[in-house]
Design a binder for this molecule. Structure first.
Ligand SMILES: C[S@@+](CC[C@H](N)C(=O)[O-])C[C@H]1O[C@@H](n2cnc3c(N)ncnc32)[C@H](O)[C@@H]1O
Length: 285
C-alpha cells in the first residue's frame, strides 16, 4: 500500500469528487431526520498545500487553486469553494480538507460519520483530527469489510434510515478494485437500501471502464448516474486523464446541481481535448 493522498490533495479529481460530495451533503441536510455517512477510504482528512508531498506534484495548482480568484462561478461550485475556504480563515489557500473533514463540517448534532482508513499513519492523523468530535468514529480497518460490519447503521437507539457511503479507493490493483466495488455495493444495497452510494473512479482510457459501467447498471438500485471531468484526452493507459463519480440512489435532482458545473470545470481546469459527461445508467421510475 504505497498510495498517499497528500501528493494529490486538491487536484482536479478531488475538485470533482468534493464538489459532488458537498452538494450531496447540503441536499441531505434539507430533511431533519438523522443521516449516517460511511467513508470507506478516508485518507488523513486534512492536507497542507505547502507540504513536501504537495509541492512535489503541484497538483493543487492545476486543480482547486485555479478556481479561487475567479468571478463568481455556478452556485454548486461556490458551495464547494466556501467549504474549502472555511478551513483557511486567513484567506490564502494553505489547507485542503479531505472527504471526512468535509463530511464532518456538514454534520448536524443528530448525524454521524464512520471513517475507515487502513494505513496506520493516516489513521492516526484522522484520530487526532476528530479526537474532540463525538459525532465521528475513526476505524483503522478495511473499508469494504466495514460495509458488512457497520451497515445498516444503528447507534444506541438511533436507526439511520438514510445516509451515504463514499467509496474512494486508491486503485493500486486496478483489476481487482472494480469487482470488489460491485460486490461491496451489491451487498450494501441489500443491507441499507435507502442509502446513496458515491464511488469515485479514475479515467485513464475510458473504454476500459465500460465493463464496470455495465455491471454497475445492473445493480438493484433505484437510480444510477455518473458525472465525469476529463481534463485531457484519454490517450494514455499511464496518465490520469480525469475521473468520475458513480452516483447510486442520489437525492432527487442532485444531478441538476452538478450538470452546469461540469463545463465550467472543463473551461477552468481542462487542457485542449478536455471533456465532461453526465450520463444516466438507470433512470428512476
Ligand atoms: C484516494 S485516498 C482517500 C481520499 C479521501 N477519500 C478524500 O477524498 O479526501 C484513498 C485512501 O484509502 C486508503 N486505503 C487503501 N486501501 C484501503 C482499504 N482497503 N480500506 C480502507 N482504506 C484504504 C489509503 O491509505 C488512502 O489513504
Amino acid at each position: 500500500m504505497n498510495y498517499r493522498h497528500a501528493f494529490h490533495a486538491g487536484n482536479h479529481a478531488d475538485v470533482l469528487k468534493h464538489l459532488v460530495l458537498v452538494n450531496l451533503l447540503e441536499a441531505m441536510a434539507r430533511k431533519d431526520s438523522p443521516y449516517f455517512v460511511l467513508d470507506t477510504h478516508a485518507g488523513r482528512g486534512h492536507y497542507l498545500l505547502a507540504s513536501p508531498e504537495s509541492r512535489k506534484t503541484s497538483e493543487a495548482a492545476e486543480g482547486v487553486l485555479k478556481l479561487f480568484g475567479q468571478p463568481p462561478l455556478h452556485e454548486s461550485i461556490e458551495r464547494y469553494l466556501r467549504a474549502v475556504q472555511s478551513h483557511n480563515p486567513v484567506g490564502a489557500l494553505v489547507a485542503y480538507p479531505g472527504s471526512p473533514l468535509l463530511v464532518a463540517q456538514h454534520l448536524r448534532e443528530q448525524d454521524r460519520l464512520a471513517a475507515c482508513e487502513l494505513q496506520p499513519e493516516e489513521t492516526q492523523a484522522l484520530r487526532e483530527l476528530f479526537a474532540r468530535d463525538a459525532r465521528v468514529a475513526v476505524h483503522g480497518r478495511d473499508g469494504y469489510s466495514a460495509i458488512k460490519a457497520l451497515l445498516p447503521p444503528r447507534i444506541g437507539d438511533t436507526k439511520f434510515g438514510r445516509g451515504l457511503v463514499l467509496i474512494d479507493p486508491p486503485y493500486e490493483a486496478q483489476d481487482a478494485e472494480y469487482p470488489q466495488i460491485i460486490t461491496a455495493v451489491r451487498e450494501g444495497l441489500t443491507r441499507w437500501p435507502n442509502a446513496t452510494w458515491a464511488v469515485w473512479y479514475p479515467i485513464k482510457q475510458r473504454r476500459t471502464l465500460l465493463p464496470f459501467f455495465r455491471k454497475a447498471a445492473a445493480l438493484p438500485a433505484r437510480s444510477i448516474w455518473l458525472a465525469e471531468l476529463q481534463v485531457r484526452p484519454d490517450d494514455s493507459p499511464l496518465r490520469l486523464a480525469g475521473s468520475g463519480m458513480l452516483m447510486i440512489n442520489a437525492p432527487w435532482q442532485l444531478e441538476q446541481a452538478i450538470a452546469p458545473a461540469l463545463p465550467v470545470l472543463q473551461r477552468l481546469l481542462g487542457e485542449t481535448g478536455a471533456t465532461t459527461r453526465l450520463e444516466w445508467l438507470k433512470q428512476p421510475d
